[in-house]
Write a protein that binds this ligand. Sequence first.
Ligand code: 3PG
Ligand code: CO
Length: 548
Amino acid sequence: VEALQKNPKHKGRKGPVVLVIMDGVGYGKYTEGDAVKAALTPNLDRLTAEWPSTKLKAHGTAVGLPDDGDMGNSEVGHNAIGCGRVFAQGAKLVGKSIEEGRIFAGDTWKKLISNVRDKNTTLHFLGLFSDGNVHSNVSHLRAMLTRALDEGVKRARVHILLDGRDVGETSALEYIDPFEEFLSGLNAKGADYRIASGGGRMQITMDRYGANWSMVEKGWHTHVLGEGRRFASAHEAVEILRAETSAIDQDLPPFVIEENGKALGSIEDGDSVIFFNFRGDRALEITAAFEEDDFDKFDRVRRPGVEYAGMMEYDGDMHVPRQYLVPPPSIDRTLGEFLAATRVKQLAVSETQKFGHVTYFFNGNRTGKFDPGTEDYVEIPSDIVPFEDRPWMKAAEITDTVIKALEEGKYDFIRLNYPNGDMVGHTGIYPAVVCAMEALDLQLGRLEKAARKAGATLILTADHGNSDDMFEHSKTGEVIIKENGQPKAKTAHSLNPVPCIIVDFDGKGEYSPTLKEGLGISSLAATSIELLGYLPPSDYDPGVLDWK
Ligand code: 3PG
Ligand code: CO
């Protein structure tokens, strides 16, 4: 891409622009369950009161999802923030591809289907079993099974990762029971289609960014080797495991379905496997276990020779997986690429849990740097602990890194992600979320001080809401109370807007203190560019500033 032109209205700044992504921190709609409001956050409160601010949309069509009932997530959120425009995203692309039949006309689908038909082997589906529309949607799975039967596939096995993180925390049976009925319908037409294994998504298979490979190893044993605790059905497994562990869905232990003393659906030579998640971050590790010849993350014991395909391409640079069903959005001309072309020095910082978000997703699903000469990416290793046990996570260490960078004055544009609001928000444990917000606020105070000293500009914002909406509400707006008298926790993201606070310590009054309203988080790219002293590309969504 070409270098950016100067913003003639910008009078220069002493320090860099710092884009602070407070993951999962939105403006709540309800008072009860809004951990952001409930927490003691004097720094955030003061910054909000003293500096220009507005609310940005971070869900639904504003971030490329099928409709405005879809909550935002960090993949589409960081795409929108880093790319300055809104692209149709996985959920939408796959839905359309199925609707129009393109997925079934593609070579990958045809190859996987004829593989099992020719060899009389099994077609496996593995993925997140909900309609959360963040990583997957069960409606896509149903469409593929229906089609497989039409195309003469006799035997299919489904390996289900229980959600409870993008949907209600104990909603697994609301997906399993109707799905079993759906399978019975297909089986009445001569199919042999069954659920074969499963487990909570935070226990098996769906690790990301190499944070905890042992999860993937457990998943491999469960789905591929058919090893683990045996149950007669998924329904039974969920009921028994819930009673024993009182875990919410995402944390339920793995289970294997058996029949006549044998695992019903281990994965064998000659089978086809479709990983039906469309989102990449939590799909890459299990994909590597299937695809890589030299694999050293764990002992696979047995690696079946299968035709493996992902729903989408999960990594467009490394071309992983080798086969996929639906082409991903092609995202080009990102903020990072323009800044690299303009020789603006960039730093990206987060801890492991969100490191890929602030680099790979931010750069339009692209691995690596645009220009290693002007960019540095810093990953602080995350602890492998339940996040509710340490809600402060690595917020202090992330801040240390940014403060040091501000002191050294090496960078023009710094972006960072504080995962606390999101990662702790997903646990559903309210006091931990309040603590996470207070820990975050302490770090904002430190950041503010260092930014003031450096003459920097802070843009305080988020990729989507989560901690602002921690209780389930009924359609009429009342908090849902459980049998034990406690509010039902909401582990998923919210539909709420997110902050955009412009803390411009060396500002010269070049723009109106009243920011534009009604924009989405894709406006953060143009806003960053303008505050850096350049003009955004003409096809970028408008920035929030009204330049005088
Ligand atoms: C997860 O993967 O943890 C959730 O499904 C979504 O979280 P994120 O979009 O905030 O990463
Ligand atoms: Co999240």
